[in-house]
Write a protein that binds this ligand. Structure first.
Ligand SMILES: [Mn+2]
Length: 319
């Protein structure tokens, strides 16, 4: 609610129709057009780590396009005018080599560090989930050590290798564990479901320091209990959110690389996020939107709206 002076805000949808204007996220200014940027939204168009359907390299531009739907003036659920509270800007896309994964990982880490030297927090639009590993490296540098990781996903993403490859979209949190990038007493997966490659997968995952909210528990426990479990787990630690859009049911997010039925609804994820208000959120990513498999922007709109909710969480926190 502490209004900053002179923030450069998104184009006002009551003055310029939302289908017109710039192609930045939520029609925000570009980062070069603002001073003292608090939060940068950045695209990371990398999908060479996918194990099934490719195409998440087109996620950032598609999520930006769908973000035109957002009404950016006021969010009643938070009672916030987020873009008056914080200077948010679109930082464009990080460049990453589509043929050399090792180099891309380095480029993403360095690009994120450079950006975090200029702004307080970043919200990254994937790209496939491989990018969470170099992002966590950058976050650890910025915030001086491991962070609480709350990972929304149908899948664990703690497998060791695929076909001998260590850096894939199914392995980022195994690599992150090896470098101690997240707190093993404050991290959690939310929305896990479906069959696995091996009986040992869940056991290994537990040894890496994750607790799990299984997707079926949304029905058996309800939202409020699950919010409490996440809040109790994270406590006052710095919180990084990594959100794989496939945590949503394919009915709510068909445009993704590895869909898994019986998932969360879009209403459930928004309500969970609202329940995290007041936690020490430091940065986030929203990954795995693959627009070629989408219909009528359902998936991209879900991702854009989730990012807008996260911006409101930051606005609430800045009070
Ligand atoms: Mn994932």
């Amino acid at each position: 609610m502490n209004k900053k002076q002179d923030t450069v805000q998104p184009l006002d949808g009551t003055k310029v129709p939302r289908f017109a204007g710039p192609s930045t996220f939520a029609r925000l200014p570009e980062i070069r057009d603002v001073k003292d940027c608090d939060i940068a939204v950045v695209g990371i168009p990398f999908d060479a780590g996918t194990s099934f359907r490719p195409g998440a390299r087109f996620g950032p531009q598609s999520v930006r396009q769908a973000s035109r739907h957002l009404r950016t003036n006021y969010h009643p659920n938070y009672d916030e005018e987020p873009f008056k509270v914080l200077q948010v800007a679109d930082a464009g896309d990080l460049v990453c080599n589509p043929f050399k994964i090792d180099e891309a990982i380095k480029q993403i880490e360095e690009g994120a560090i450079k950006l975090l030297n200029k702004v307080n927090n970043i919200i990254s639009i994937g790209g496939d989930h491989t990018i969470a590993f170099p992002l966590l490296r950058a976050i650890n540098k910025k915030f001086n050590g491991p962070v609480a990781l709350v990972h929304f996903d149908a899948h664990l993403d703690t497998w060791d290798t695929y076909f001998g490859a260590p850096y894939t979209h199914g392995t980022p949190f195994r690599r992150a564990r090896e470098e101690n990038l997240f707190l093993d007493n404050a991290s959690m997966h939310v929305g896990i479901r479906g069959p696995l490659y091996s009986r040992d997968d869940l056991k290994n995952d537990k040894d890496f320091g994750f607790k799990i909210v299984h997707c079926d528990e949304f029905q058996s426990q309800g939202i409020d209990k699950i919010i409490k479990r996440i809040r109790d787990r994270v406590g006052s630690n710095p919180l990084y959110l990594s959100i794989d859009i496939d945590v949503l049911d394919p009915a709510f997010a068909p445009g993704t690389g590895t869909p898994e039925i019986a998932g969360m609804t879009s209403r459930e994820i928004l309500n969970i996020l609202r329940g995290l208000s007041g936690l020490n959120l430091i940065s986030a990513d929203v990954v795995e939107v693959s627009p070629a498999y989408d219909h009528a922007e359902i998936t991209s709109l879900a991702a854009a709206t989730i990012i807008y909710e996260i911006i409101n969480l930051f606005a609430k926190k800045s009070v």
